[in-house]
Design a protein around this ligand. Structure first.
Ligand SMILES: Nc1ncnc2c1ncn2[C@@H]1O[C@H](COP(=O)(O)OP(=O)(O)OP(=O)(O)O)[C@@H](O)[C@H]1O
Ligand SMILES: [Mg+2]
Length: 233
């Protein structure tokens, strides 16, 4: 979750689901013989998970668009046969929206969906980038939404390009540390293959076995390890 757009919420959701399915959740979403135990759920009405919709039948985990399915969202922890659920949230968040006159963008519904998820979620991943423009929205997300609910969370720095040097990265880490927010050790680096893959509907587990693609995918396995072993779960 982060109310800043484009910080990697959808990318991280789908790829955490993919690496979890790869290691723990075996099977396929649609084969009767071995069912996947992993689901990626989008509550972004503008359909971030739609980018994966073409692949519903071939991904090794379930992809569910559920912004309008409050009954299911309230039971996310009890989906039959599912052990791991990752939820993708919209890039704008106004939890106070109750759906006023006309509500043409369906934002009241989206706020209701988000409130339902926040009621049942175990842990929140807050991606941010090393751009100063992402600092303030990240602070608002944490202060207004996560802290009042006492939700455990970790900030993950995404989209850092090692070729830019460490100055921006260090500045971002200092900002997070000064706020005393929990910060993941894993930094998800910027690789062109991630942007290409999301356009093609591929997950990191499907990257070709060349060195750069392996480095790119390693970050998501590291993050998954950190969340399961060290994330206070
Ligand atoms: N580590 C990365 N390396 C390269 N490209 C990335 C990386 N993370 C995200 N991107 C790209 O940046 C763009 C935005 O990422 P993404 O859609 O995951 O963000 P988001 O937070 O879900 O955005 P929104 O708020 O609009 O839903 C996408 O094109 C994605 O492929
Ligand atoms: Mg998104």
């Amino acid at each position: 979750m982060n109310q800043k757009g484009g910080v990697g919420k959808s990318t991280i959701t789908v790829n955490l689901a993919a690496v979890t399915a790869d290691v723990l959740g075996g099977g396929s979403a649609n084969s009767e013989d071995s069912k996947s135990t992993v689901a990626a759920v989008s509550i972004d009405p503008q359909g971030s998970a739609v980018w994966w919709a073409d692949r519903l039948n071939t991904l090794p985990f379930y992809i569910v668009q559920a912004h309008d399915d409050l009954a299911r969202l309230r039971k996310l922890g009890q989906l039959p046969g599912i052990d791991h659920v990752y939820v993708d949230t919209p890039g704008w968040i106004d939890l106070s929206n109750d759906g006023d006159s006309g509500d043409p963008l369906g934002r009241g519904e989206a706020a209701e969906a988000l409130r339902s998820v926040l009621d049942v979620v175990d842990f929140v991943v807050v991606p941010m980038t090393t751009e100063p423009l992402s600092f303030d929205p990240t602070a608002q997300t944490i202060r207004r939404i996560l802290e009042p609910r006492g939700l455990p969370y970790v900030v993950v720095i995404n989209n850092w390009d090692p070729r830019d040097g460490t100055a921006d990265l260090d500045q971002t880490k200092e900002f997070v540390q000064a706020k005393k927010w929990p910060l993941a050790n894993t930094v998800i680096r910027r690789y062109k293959i991630h942007a290409r893959a999301s356009a093609d509907g591929l997950t990191v587990t499907e990257y070709p076995a060349n060195r750069v693609a392996m480095q790119a995918r390693e970050d998501f396995y590291k993050l998954a390890l950190e969340l399961q072993v060290g994330g206070g779960r």
